[in-house]
Design a protein around this ligand. Sequence first.
Ligand SMILES: C[S@@+](CC[C@H](N)C(=O)[O-])C[C@H]1O[C@@H](n2cnc3c(N)ncnc32)[C@H](O)[C@@H]1O
Length: 388
Amino acid sequence: MNLPALDAEQAAQLEQTRACIVDAIEAAGGAIPFDRYMELALYAPGAGYYVNGTHKFGAAGDFVTAPELSLLFGAALAHQVAEGLAQTGGQVLEFGAGSGALAADVLQRLAELDRLPAQYQILELSAELKARQTETLRRRIPALIERVVWLEQLPDPGWRGVILANEVLDAMPVSRFRKGSAGWEEQQVAWDGQAFRPLWTEPRTPRLVSSLEAIERRVGVLPPGYQSEVNLRLRPWLGAMAALLEQGLLLLIDYGYSEREYYHFERDQGTLICHFRHRAHDDPFVLPGLQDITASVDFSAVAEAGVENGLELAGYTTQAQFLLGCGLDGLLKSLQDEPEGERIDRLQAAKQLVLPSAMGERFKVMGFQRGVESPLRGFSLRDLRASL
Ligand SMILES: C[S@@+](CC[C@H](N)C(=O)[O-])C[C@H]1O[C@@H](n2cnc3c(N)ncnc32)[C@H](O)[C@@H]1O
């Protein structure tokens, strides 16, 4: 694999994260399930990719997310947030706020719409990212920063407002499975003294087999050798959202598919992908702590988990149609007033949000509601719920 060479700081970080995972493997008697490996590689305190000090977002990092690309993403999303807040009052809660760019863009636009919440709450797992978010918000929206509150845990039940999660579900640890000749197998991770190695065993994670059987009942029997992954943490996470949301919206934006597309027989190696310095590859074992590890989202599973937990599925559509429904075209017109050089750059960046060949079709938006009038504007142009 042709990955950029590591500097001394990166090499030290790699060693630290590796050591932490090796300890966990030894404590477990020689192997851990893949989802535990992914959890440690991304979130082990002090060592995981999202909680250590490495630079992740934007041109100098490993990948670019929509809020990093164009501030019109957050501005358009703010129109949907404003529609929700108009009905519910309450707060905004953002999960995994990255560099803080989305919070800045949403708050800026909500201020222009005169629809500011008393609090913009952020639930962030990483102390390093909290510091980065504070810096972004101080620089971008100094007059609004006192409304931003970092939560240490989920709010109590009875919460009202709009919950946002952009590219959060794809960063949740997944279980990897394979259809072996003698039945289902689950990937474990072992350490051979030099490197992490995948090891296929009988399934050990509770609920894995029953989830796979349920998938096969819906999509048909998967062929021998078929390998993919399943996110068993979605259901408890949506249960937690449903438990806290008394009235409001939950908006989930991510790349993913319906179950039938996800577990299509041709997608027989799953969707797991790693990012390091803008290079994408499929080996989660090479640079733990330095690379992002992510899997596409099965939106059918998200919809089912939300509805089972008592939320109403408000809509499912592509990012392009959602942003256009939220008034992206009007926001684009406002770029006319920018100086020419900046206008062209911003226009190019905003186009990436909606072009089918960029983020427009691969990224989807799913909305849940409780006690809110629909239809919501973001889902008014194209309804893909029947595809789930
Ligand atoms: C790919 S980044 C996206 C960051 C940001 N939302 C953006 O769009 O630029 C994924 C983020 O999700 C966060 N995350 C994953 N699981 C989470 C959870 N259960 N609670 C809060 N944050 C979570 C990670 O810590 C990370 O900051």
